[in-house]
Structures are given as C-alpha cells and as structure tokens.
Design a protein around this ligand. Structure first.
Ligand SMILES: [Zn+2]
Length: 472
C-alpha cells in the first residue's frame, strides 16, 4: 500500500503524491509563546514529529517548518501583567518550549521561524491583497474582505451566511462584512509596533502563517498541519490570504489532529483543566507522554486522565524491561537484520493515515513474542525482532533509549521524587532476610508492605532479593 492521508480539504483519504518527487514540504502551526505548553499542544507536537520522522523513514527529503507566534494579544497582556517586556516573556517561554519538546523526544524542525522576524513579508502580502481589492484599510487597521474571495469556507465546509448565524459576531462599524478579519492592527500605546503604510501597528495572527510557510516551502506546498481547532478560522483565513493574493493553490494536503479531552471537555487554558507538558513529563517521563499521545490515532479524540498517563508510564517500563532482558540475552551476538514481516506490518499501519495506534500495538505484540521466545530459550529468533523494534523506534520515538540506562534513570527519578535513600532499602531487605531466616514471616511481610507503600517492589531471585520501582 502507498502512503495515504485523510485530507481535510477534500474530506477523503487520499494517496500522498508530493509536488516534487522524493521531496516533501511540511508546515505546522506552532505555539503562541505566552505560557508553558500543555498536553493539548503535546498532541500536535508529537503527531507532526511522527509525520516528519515517518516521511524521512519512507525515503523523502523533508523540509519541516514550524513557527513561533511571538506577537499576539495574549503575549502582550501576559507581559503587562508580569511587568516585563514581551521580548523577555517570549524568550522565557521559547526556552521552556525547547525543554518540553526535548523531553518528548521531538526532533527539531528544519526551520523554526518567528512571526516578529517576518513582518516585512507580511506587510508586502497585505499590500498585495489591498491592491487586488481583497483587503481594505480602516483607521490604521487592515481587514480581509471575505466576500471578495469566492472559495471562503472551502476548508471548514461553511458558507458565509451560516458563519454569521452560527457565531456571535461583534458589530464593528469599520468592517464591510461581519466576518472580515484583521490582517493588520493599529498599535495601542505600550504595545510592540512596526512602521507600515497604514501607520504604526502589528500583524494579525493569520497572516504570519501564509508568509512563513510559503517563504520556506514555496506555493503551493505539500502538507499543512495543525489541530482541528485551527481549521476555522485560522486555516481558512490562511487559504483566503495566500490563494487570494497569488491566484494559485496554497497547501495541497491538510492534516488535523483531534483534541485532547478531559471527560466531555476539551483541554484548554481557558477552561483551566490542563496539565502542562512539564508536569506530565515530571510525573511519568517525556517518553511516556509521547506513548500516551501516539497510542490513539491522531484524528480521534484523545481522552486524558492522570491514570491513563500513568498507564502509559507502566507500558513503557514493560517495554524497556523486555528490551533489557533481550539485550542481555543477545550480548555478544552480531546484530541481525530487522524482521521483514514486522516492518512490513508497521509500514502498512503507518501508510494508512499514520495509524500509530496500530503501530504501537505491533510494538507490544513484538514485546510479548520476544518474552515468549526467551522463555522457550529460542534466543536465536529474537535478534531479528529486536532489530525491527529499533527501526520502528526511530519513527515512533519510543523504546529508542538504551534499556538498562532507561530503567536505572527511572529508578533514580522515583527515589528522588519519593525522597528514598537506596541504602535504607538495602537495610530493610537485610532485615527482611533475617526475619525470614528466623521464620518470622509476619515481620518479613510487614517489611515487604512497608516498601510497597513507598513504591518499591521486591523480587526474590536465585541470586538474592532485588528491588524494583512499582510504576504508579
Ligand atoms: Zn498557523
């Protein structure tokens, strides 16, 4: 099967054929850097990181562009509240963002342009729209005239009349049509501003993506991504701006990831029901956050709960425990080629609109098979499966860490979080061994329970008692 994507523009599953053979241009709307990212952002970040990796895995040369929105009402408001400059707020949040994506193992995009570094391009595009009669200045602002662009609504499948009926449109005397949107906003005192033909001001949000995408990828380009909450109005407006100005197609395939829900609600800053990436990664590790995200197909809603996150943490530990066992069994053996059947199954899943849920299923089925083979002493059959998992981990970004190191680190993290001294654990184990020698099983069990309450589980092996972290 060839690679297929569900294209929001056509509403169908379509075979992916890039504009230029062997090359792919991808643009994904990045974050507005006014605060830390939450799990809702993590979903888009991980989804398109997997897309990026899978395109490369499939042999494409990929140019991946993801922007930073670093001028915006929320940024200005937040900086004013904090009594700092917008530039300082932006730098702080971009640093936090870098920590979050690193924790989740996301690769760096080819380019990460910032809106404020591309204002000249935005002014030029706005001027082009005015010259074509698609936009008009009004009191220092500039608006896009939606009823002058015939295809307005083609991505979100909405008609202008329904949009007005379906939304609370604020009456604004300056607008020719209630759905007209701002391309340029006159700056108020104390706000960041740039000189423009319409006076001092700053760009509206939508125009930046029209400019930064085509600057790096040309027009048209192959794939535009983002969350479903961006389809309208953001992506609809990007299309109107770019296609209106240039008279040619903008992006060819539109991929949208579903929202993260808590109960029946969407996770969002405004609802206050979010968990930040930092909190989630602190709880289970960034790689488990990633596993949590890709365990569900990107277009489906993703139900979040701390328990489900913990479940991903436990699943990841199981994966690494098996990998550690396999690596130990294969020590000294030459590396085998990857099992073709497993890789083929993986490709089939990913070619089918990036079915990562299925791909994760394949990883854990392979884990079970490897455990069974090791139990049966069939070590020589395990090498090819281990190699297949290595290849798969290069795309999914899970299971790629050295297993023993991963397990050791999560042990240390747990001890640090719970403020447990490993020497104390060893001491309790000796006490338990002594109690057992004295056939004082009640005391031995008490010690075991005491450790279990601290999240430490004991395992009695032929080589003696070892301890492990019990995942939440
Ligand atoms: Zn955008």
């Amino acid at each position: 099967m060839s690679l297929r994507f569900h294209n929001t523009l056509s509403g169908r599953l379509e075979e992916f054929v890039p504009l230029v053979s062997g090359k792919v241009g991808v643009y994904v709307c990045g974050v507005t850097v006014y605060d830390r990212s939450h799990i809702g952002h993590a979903r888009a970040l991980v989804t398109f990181d997997v897309l990026y990796r899978y395109l490369k895995f499939s042999g494409y040369e990929v140019t991946f562009v993801r922007n930073f929105t670093d001028v915006d009402d929320k940024i200005i408001a937040r900086a004013q509240q904090a009594g700092i400059s917008t530039a300082d707020l932006v730098e702080t949040n971009i640093r936090s963002f870098a920590e979050d994506v690193k924790a989740m193992g996301c690769e760096s995009p080819t380019v990460e342009p910032r809106a404020t570094e591309n204002v000249d391009g935005m002014i030029a595009l706005i001027q082009e729209l005015i010259d074509k009669g698609l936009a008009y200045p009004a009191d220092g602002d500039v608006y896009f005239a939606v009823d002058k662009f015939r295809d307005y609504g083609k991505l979100s499948k909405r008609k202008l009349d329904d949009m007005i009926a379906g939304s609370r449109v604020e009456v604004d005397e300056r607008k020719h049509h209630p759905m007209d949107f701002a391309l340029w906003k006159a700056s108020k005192p104390g706000e960041p501003w740039w000189e423009s033909p319409w006076g001092q001001g700053r760009p509206g949000w939508h125009i930046e993506c029209s400019v930064m995408s085509t600057k790096h990828l040309g027009q048209p380009f192959d794939i535009h991504g983002g969350g479903t909450d961006l389809i309208f109005p953001h992506h609809e407006n990007e299309i109107a701006q770019s296609e209106g100005a240039k008279g040619k197609a903008f992006a060819r395939y539109w991929l949208h990831n579903g929202m993260v829900n808590i109960g029946a609600e969407k996770m969002s800053k405004s609802l206050g029901n979010f968990m930040t990436v930092q909190q989630a990664a602190g709880r289970v590790g960034g790689e488990a956050v990633r596993l949590f995200v890709i365990g569900t197909h990107y277009r489906s809603p993703l139900d979040f709960s701390p328990d489900r996150l913990d479940e991903s943490g436990r699943a990841l530990t199981r994966l690494y425990e098996t990998l550690a066992r396999v690596d130990e069994a294969l020590k000294g053996e030459a590396e085998a080629g990857p099992a073709p059947a497993v890789l083929e199954e993986f490709r089939t899943a990913m070619d089918d609109d990036l079915n990562t849920a299925r791909a994760v299923g394949i990883v854990f089925e392979t884990v079970r098979t490897m455990n069974r083979l090791l139990d049966e002493g069939k070590v020589d059959e395990v090498g090819v499966l281990r190699s297949a998992l290595k290849e798969i981990s290069s795309v999914l970004g899970i299971g790629g860490t050295e297993a023993v190191a991963f397990l050791e680190r999560s042990k240390q993290d747990h001890l640090a979080d719970a403020e447990i001294d490993p020497a104390e654990i060893e001491n309790l184990i000796s006490q338990r061994n002594a109690a057992r020698r004295e056939k004082n099983f009640k005391r031995a069990d008490e010690i075991r329970d005491q450790l279990k309450a601290l999240g430490i589980v004991l395992e009695d092996t032929p080589k003696g008692t070892i301890w492990k972290i019990e995942k939440r």
